[in-house]
Ligand binder design. Structure first.
Ligand code: GLN
Length: 263
């Protein structure tokens, strides 16, 4: 499955965060070290980052492997940011290819990525999809399980839930709809990173005013910590907190009429 990464800290080039680390996201596209599902991540990639003075991030996404994009390597060398979220994709069977399907997905100041799968997609997700308003479904960026999950997360953010609770509530909603899957989410607004470990690997590293949250370590620095499964992480350069998904509530719940209620 995919690999993803988020960074907060002093301005750093996209290259120094994504391409330069010896086992970083760039290399993880063809030689991940900890990936549990799939082998290569060659079905596209994307980076979203925040420029000084603008809360809405820019994105650069492509449907092709990251290693083949010379323009990205060049732009990444001279583009600096204090906050980014990036992903390399191994597309789930039955999902759309293309740029619109590549993470990060975005809304306003938020960037989102999903490492995992909704088992049985797309047929299995019909009940879950029916809990969303038709306008939301018609407005999905792409026919990808991750885009549907992003709509569920967004719904919770729009209701004012903090990032970690929006992610934990979405995991709970998926499971209470009877769906199986791997649900490693990554979310940032450029100030805080939230992420779930729910089926695949997740690590973080804090230090020197920086924090990284990533599917796997980009180097052999002993400062990396593995996040236990069934957890949600909230990370800033000052602090990282890890909470069990169960305790993270308020969880989303599918009520009798099929609408999602956020408790
Ligand atoms: N299901 C998502 C997609 O198709 C994520 C896949 C993954 O984690 N490999 O893009």
């Amino acid at each position: 499955m995919c690999r993803h990464l988020a960074y907060l800290g002093p301005p750093a080039t996209l290259r120094s965060v994504i391409i330069d680390p010896p086992y970083g996201l760039y290399r993880q596209a063809w030689a991940p070290r900890r990936q549990r599902y799939g082998t290569a991540n060659a079905d596209g990639f994307g980076v979203g980052w925040y420029a000084a003075g603008d809360p809405v991030p820019a994105r650069y996404r492509r449907p092709a492997p990251i290693w083949g994009d010379e323009s990205f390597a060049d732009v990444a060398r001279v583009t600096s940011t204090g906050a980014l979220l990036a992903a390399v994709r191994s597309a789930t069977a039955g999902t759309d290819p293309g740029t619109a399907a590549a993470a990060p997905y975005a809304a306003g100041r938020w960037l989102f990525s999903h490492n995992g799968v909704l088992a049985g997609w797309p047929a299995s997700a019909a009940g879950l999809a029916a809990t969303l308003p038709a306008e939301t479904l018609l407005g999905l960026e792409a026919r990808v399980d991750s885009a549907l999950l992003w709509a569920l997360v967004r719904q919770r953010l729009e209701r004012g839930l903090p990032a970690a609770q929006a992610l934990a509530g979405t995991v709970a909603a998926v499971r209470s709809a009877g769906l199986d899957g791997r649900l490693n989410f990554l979310l940032t607004d450029g100030r805080v990173i939230a992420a779930t470990a729910a089926g695949d690997t997740l690590f973080y590293r804090r230090g020197d005013g920086t924090v990284l949250v990533a599917s796997e370590p980009g180097d052999d620095d002993p400062g990396w910590s593995e996040v236990p499964g069934e957890s949600v992480v909230t990370a800033t350069p000052q602090q990282v907190s890890v909470t069990g998904l169960e305790e993270a509530g308020p969880a989303g719940e599918i009520s009798g009429n099929g609408r999602i209620t956020v408790l």
